[in-house]
Design a protein around this ligand. Structure first.
Ligand code: GLC
Length: 768
């Protein structure tokens, strides 16, 4: 399945190209409303189906193509920004279903329009289908209890499913709560079906349900069994006539609330208004960064789907995907969610602020971070993955630069271990000091259980990670900038000293002559060096990070990236290491459990690969940055979608590389740190538009052949219309910037609060 996501602030759905997928309120491990059978064959069952039954011919089909999968006819799925439209034409009946979640209710709207395209009157029935889950992801597996606690009724045109969810885990901490799921519509149904097995019938499945085949509802809805919401509507359509049924499927705390929640969207005007608002809201947010370059594909991608995926990851904090069931109670990853803040902060600053507070809430008062956590239940994962705490400064400083909300630094947030509070700035400084304490024998950062690369987990906690060291340096550098802006001289001097020291040690002992090494084990073995006897003479991660952190000298930076290209390039991006493991070897971790060329074992790990684009852009080499971007870009996947398999409109976690037997096959789409980094690499890297504390930097790194480009960027309430002129046809270099006709110094457009609400014209002339 190719999926998309629907969402508001607290209600989320994954929806495939044929309506499949789950829906949940807040936390998919606790409040799962619609079930998705992950291990199912056929794939992508169940879904939000609407069956059409033509009473005269006896034929039936589904308005989402699957599950009936009728041959012939027409099928089209439109993947929108937080909406999905599926259209079918069969037997001269056209259906169009728009799925979305309005901003203010815990429900999905399925807006069905049925048109009679034939010249004769038609009499049809529609049957909707929503399969309810038993709330808790683990509870849903408890088939001993679940069907026996399932209560149901049909009342006022709505099917209600209500049953207990166990919030405890054992006999001695039982705690039951009842939740309500509802499925209703805006017009009175002609019939209803509440029991899945009675609806489907024996030895059948979703493709040929007995009720649809017979064209007659069971009108059975009494509980005990597998609950569904299925409403039948009888529609008599004159030639050319269109009729509309709007369904609401949602989550409530009690019966009364379910009526209240579904009521508003029984009005089609309210539905139309909510849909128009949703589209407008997304459009407005994307309009905050809209670029027009000579490369149409690049524009289309960056102005929509690159931003969209990053936004989806930011808003949903990505606990579910086609390959991630959302069953684990710890729904947020410290490093993952922190990076998710980086890409779309300009368009969702409030969301980002809320997420950063959640993330800070997973920090301990000694500066350590819980690797994963649940902001609702407060459940915490382990600590000891020592890259984690090093990411947070990047997100917070980025937030400050985007918003200018410096007061955020004084906001108090509780530490997760003792409930004591510290300011945001204190959290950052504690993480910094903790990192400094966690150095190993050479003075580099200890790995702990693992670093960014989950599978390099040698269990040798005191081994040293060059990646984490470079990440530490990057995060120290942004803190230095912040302290400079805050005029905190002593603190700044302390961190500058640390930065210099780490830079020196790294270049001295982690430089391998042509690239940076990867990991120093305590037994003396070094990974990622030309002298490494086994897997990985070169690993990707340290090479771009040597530039992002500013640790590499000019010459080393170029060498590192060139060798990364030489040794790791594939048509789909850069592999994460050159020689994959062939067997599991505990002394370097679990990387060898993967097939060679898969996942961290030598695939193109898209997340790390996107760092290469950013690093090349930081070096000012726009042609290379663009070349690497094109290898990863979605539109290039459209042409090879039978090979690539996953969505050609979202990045995936990895693309298999040789020696795997299907190089180019993508896996694990949507939930990937690739998305914020692709957004950064394109918007802040190639286009070169970066916020700073006191202004907006314009310093592009573009392909030489571009004669220039136009950019609209809304920054802290000011709309900048930016025109970049590249007469000399160079990649990098700003000769002159004029703001409203006045030449400024350097390439930072100073922020001027008196321009808020206005449009500022900027002309950037590139030149040496
Ligand atoms: C997965 C993890 C992420 C990790 C990456 C590389 O995507 O979610 O945290 O950094 O793999 O191992």
């Amino acid at each position: 399945p190719w999926v998309n996501f629907l969402m508001n602030d607290e209600f989320f759905s994954m929806i495939s190209n044929t309506g499949g997928g789950l829906a949940y309120y807040k936390d998919p491990s606790v409040y799962r409303l619609l079930r998705y059978r992950y291990y199912n064959v056929p794939y992508d069952r169940p879904g939000r189906y609407i069956y059409i039954k033509d009473h005269k011919s006896g034929k039936y089909w589904s308005g989402t193509w699957a599950p009936v999968m009728t041959k012939g006819g027409e099928y089209k799925c439109r993947v929108g920004m937080a909406y999905q439209i599926i259209c079918c034409i069969y037997n001269s009946i056209k259906t169009e279903i728009t799925y979305f979640i309005p901003s203010d209710r815990r429900l999905e709207i399925w807006d069905l329009k049925v048109t009679n395209l034939s010249k004769k009157p038609r009499s049809i029935s529609t049957f909707s289908y929503a399969e309810f889950a038993f709330w808790g992801a683990i509870r849903d597996d408890d088939l001993d209890n679940c069907p026996n606690i399932s209560r149901q009724k049909f009342k006022n045109g709505a099917i209600l499913h209500f049953s207990y969810n166990d919030l405890g885990t054992r006999m001695d901490d039982m705690e039951f709560e009842m939740y309500y799921g509802f499925h209703t519509s805006n017009t009175k149904p002609a019939g209803f079906n509440g029991d899945r097995d009675k609806f489907i019938g024996n030895y059948r499945d979703e493709r040929n349900p007995l009720v649809v085949e017979k064209g007659k509802s069971t009108n059975y809805c009494k509980g005990s069994g597998y609950p569904i919401g299925c409403l039948e509507h009888k529609l008599n359509l004159k030639p050319g006539e269109t009729k509309r049924v709007v369904y609401q499927t949602g989550f409530a705390w009690d019966e009364k609330e379910s009526n209240k929640i579904s009521k508003k969207y029984k009005s089609t005007q309210a539905v139309d208004r909510a849909f128009a608002e949703l589209k407008k809201d997304w459009r407005n947010r994307f309009d905050m960064f809209n670029v027009k370059t000579p490369d149409r594909n690049f524009n289309a991608e960056v102005n929509s789907f690159v931003q969209y995926q990053a936004a989806v990851n930011l808003i949903t904090f990505r606990p579910v995907a086609t390959w991630r069931t959302g069953g684990s109670g710890t729904v947020m990853g410290f490093r993952n969610s922190t990076q998710d803040q980086l890409g779309m902060m300009h368009a969702f600053p409030d969301k980002s602020r809320e997420m950063i507070i959640r993330i800070l809430g997973a920090m301990h008062n000694n500066g350590a971070a819980s690797h994963s956590f649940n902001p609702f239940s407060k459940q915490l994962g382990h600590i000891g993955v020592y890259d984690d705490h090093n990411w947070i400064a990047l997100a917070v400083t980025d937030y400050l630069k985007h918003t200018g909300d410096m007061a955020f630094l004084d906001k108090k947030v509780a530490y997760c271990n003792n409930g004591n509070k510290g300011t945001v700035l204190e959290h950052l400084l504690k993480a910094q000091d903790y990192a400094w304490r966690m150095r190993g024998a050479h003075g580099l950062m200890q790995t702990g259980l693992a670093d960014w690369n989950d599978s390099l987990n040698p269990g040798d906690k005191r081994s040293e990670s060059v990646f984490t060291t470079l990440l530490y340096a990057a995060s120290t550098r942004v803190l230095i900038e912040l302290l400079q802006f805050l005029n905190k001289k002593t603190l700044k001097a302390k961190l500058e000293k640390r930065y210099r020291e780490i830079r020196k040690i790294t270049n001295k002992i982690a430089w391998d002559g042509r690239w940076y090494k990867r990991l120093f084990k305590t037994d003396g073995e070094i990974l990622g060096s030309k002298s490494t006897k086994r897997e990985g003479t070169i690993f990707l991660e340290p090479q771009p990070w040597s530039i992002i952190s500013g640790v590499a000298t000019d010459e080393k930076a170029k060498l590192a990236l060139e060798w990364a290209e030489k040794k790791l390039a594939t048509p789909h991006g850069h592999k994460v290491m050159d020689r994959p493991s062939t067997v599991y070897d505990k002394s370097i971790g679990s990387v060898g459990i993967y097939l060679p060329g898969i996942k961290e074992n030598g695939a193109v790990f898209s997340h790390a690969s996107s760092w290469m684009i950013y690093a090349e852009a930081l070096l000012g080499r726009g042609d290379r940055a663009m070349k690497y971007y094109r290898r990863m870009a979605f539109t290039t996947k459209n042409r090879i979608s039978d090979l690539y398999e996953v969505e050609p409109y979202a990045s995936c976690q990895f693309v298999a590389a040789k020696p795997f037997h299907i190089p180019g096959r993508g896996r694990n789409s949507w939930n990937t740190g690739t998305s914020p980094w692709l957004a950064l690499a394109t918007m802040q890297g190639i286009i070169g538009c970066r916020p700073d504390y006191d202004g907006l930097i314009m310093n592009p790194s573009i392909p030489e052949k571009w004669a220039g480009f136009d950019l609209t960027r809304v920054f802290r309430g000011i709309k900048y219309d930016i025109k970049v002129i590249n007469r000399q046809r160079i990649s990098h270099g700003v000769k002159e910037i004029a703001v409203n006709g006045k030449i400024i110094k350097g390439c930072k457009i100073p922020f001027d609060a008196s321009d808020i609400g206005k449009t500022v014209r900027v002309q950037v002339v590139m030149g040496n």
